[in-house]
Write a protein that binds this ligand. Structure first.
Ligand code: ADE
Length: 443
């Protein structure tokens, strides 16, 4: 994770001496850091409640003229109270530092999960719904985030998205007196160059002023694209080339993208802010609306039962909480197995784990692949000497009725080609994939 005002670097400032904050909070391990701030895990000494405590180096902030950013962040976060936005509990200050006591998002960064496996369209939609719910709320309160990017999207222990890091946010039409140096000029547009290149809207690059709401929508479009694809729509190692691609706004969607999603992406990533889709239009989009209950994620599907440590199937399946599930790869480290070139997908299913494994094994055999290892919750398949393809499928229990299926594969450019999972195996397993309109339990 990257705290606000990032640009990683910076001198160490020792937490040890300040482990105890005003006798009220205890500071634990470092969660992340940037040039001006560090974020620690912390807890309320009395209640034991967990928090993320952002310690901001006052002197550096002042030296770099960033006082206004800190004030703006406090002002923005104070006015926000939404289930998908990290809550600001309180702000404390010592002589050298300012401390933000923030709601702790136990699941870490959403995108550390996507970087391992792209998300199914259903999962992508659910996170996008939560994101839009949060952003629509911010906009309605006159707050524009302006730096929406993967590091600023966290997860709590219940599989819920939490938007954080309002360090670049601009506050308008509420109490602008909060910030002596407003960034809004006479034309009503914002004029600060901010954001992260790959997520930055073309009008920011053009430096002609921009509308905070419109640039947030663009970033949401990039985020949705990445959730679905597992990679960026506009990317290049050369920054100028990347900018050119952003300006042109030409992107290709991966072949697994539905026409409805493709349509929405093209409306989000419209280079013309005037015609770009608005939050009000997004919430009526047919692709977006599926399973949407206005509170964002319908938590019914993901809630854990109290004390859920048993499981279904006579307790054979260890039930995990959502946090365990989204980070389950760490419990079964695949990195040594697959290295860097692997690809993957993660989806939800209401089928029994045994059924998932059975169906994968069947599909593989129909493709004349070999099941090389099979356990109750895991199967490994490969193409043998002449077909350089390896597939690993792992099933984990999320709730009594839903499992998470993580699929990872590696293939060579030669036979059987990159289509093995997407075009041959996945279609055979499509009925296993949980659809919000009507959960399917296998065949
Ligand atoms: N890193 C930065 N902010 C955080 C938060 N609120 N919870 C967990 N990790 C974080």
């Amino acid at each position: 994770m990257t705290p606000t005002l990032s640009e990683c670097a910076g001198e160490e400032f020792q937490p040890a001496a300040e482990k105890n904050l005003f006798g009220k909070y205890e500071l634990g391990k470092l969660l992340g850091y940037g040039a001006f701030a560090k974020v620690y895990y912390g807890w309320d000494i009395e209640s034991k409640q967990s928090f993320a405590i952002k310690a901001i180096n006052k002197q550096r902030i002042m030296k770099n003229g960033l006082t206004v950013n800190v004030k703006r962040e406090i002002s923005a976060m104070r006015r926000l109270n939404h289930p998908n936005i990290v809550r600001l509990q309180e702000v404390l200050a010592s002589q050298k530092k300012i401390y933000f006591v923030l709601e702790f998002a136990k699941g870490g960064e959403l995108f550390s999960k996507v970087s391992r496996s792209r998300f199914s369209e259903d999962l992508s939609r659910r996170y996008f719904q939560q994101l839009i719910s949060a952003i629509g709320y911010c906009h309605s309160r006159g707050v524009y985030h302006r730096d929406l990017k993967p590091e600023n999207l966290l997860l709590d222990e219940n599989w819920n998205l939490k938007v954080t890091d309002f360090g670049l946010s601009a506050v308008t039409h509420y109490d602008q007196a909060d910030s002596a140096e407003s960034t809004q000029s006479a034309d009503g547009l914002l004029h600060t160059m901010c954001g992260t290149p790959a997520y930055v809207a073309p009008e920011i690059l053009a430096k002609n002023g921009y509308d905070g709401a419109k640039v947030d929508i663009w970033s949401c479009g990039i985020i949705l694209y990445v959730l679905n694809a597992g990679f960026l729509p506009f990317n290049d190692p050369n920054l100028m080339v990347m900018y050119r691609k952003i300006f042109k706004g030409e992107f290709r969607v991966p072949r697994w993208t539905s026409p409805e999603l493709k349509r929405l992406l093209s409306r989000l990533l419209d280079t013309n802010p005037e015609t770009r889709i608005t939050v009000d239009e997004i919430v009526t989009d047919p692709w977006f609306r599926i399973g949407y209950n206005d509170g964002g994620f319908s938590s019914d599907h993901f809630e854990m039962k109290d004390g859920d440590d048993g499981g279904r199937n006579g307790g054979n399946l260890k039930s995990l909480n959502a946090f365990d599930i989204i980070s389950f790869s760490s419990g079964y480290d695949l990195s040594g197995l697959f290295g860097d070139q692997d690809a993957g997908e993660m989806f939800l299913s209401t089928a029994a784990p045994e059924e998932v494994i059975e169906r994968v094994a069947e599909a593989a055999e129909e493709e004349r692949l070999t099941v090389v290892r099979r356990k109750k919750w895991c199967v490994k398949v490969d193409g043998g000497q002449y077909r350089k393809f390896t597939l690993l499928v792992e099933v984990k229990g999320l709730t009594e009725d839903i499992v998470v299926v993580e699929v990872r594969w590696r293939e060579c450019e030669s036979e059987p080609g990159p289509e093995m999972w997407n075009d041959r195996l996945r279609p055979r397993l499509s009925s296993l994939i949980y659809q919000p309109d009507g959960p399917v339990t296998g065949n």
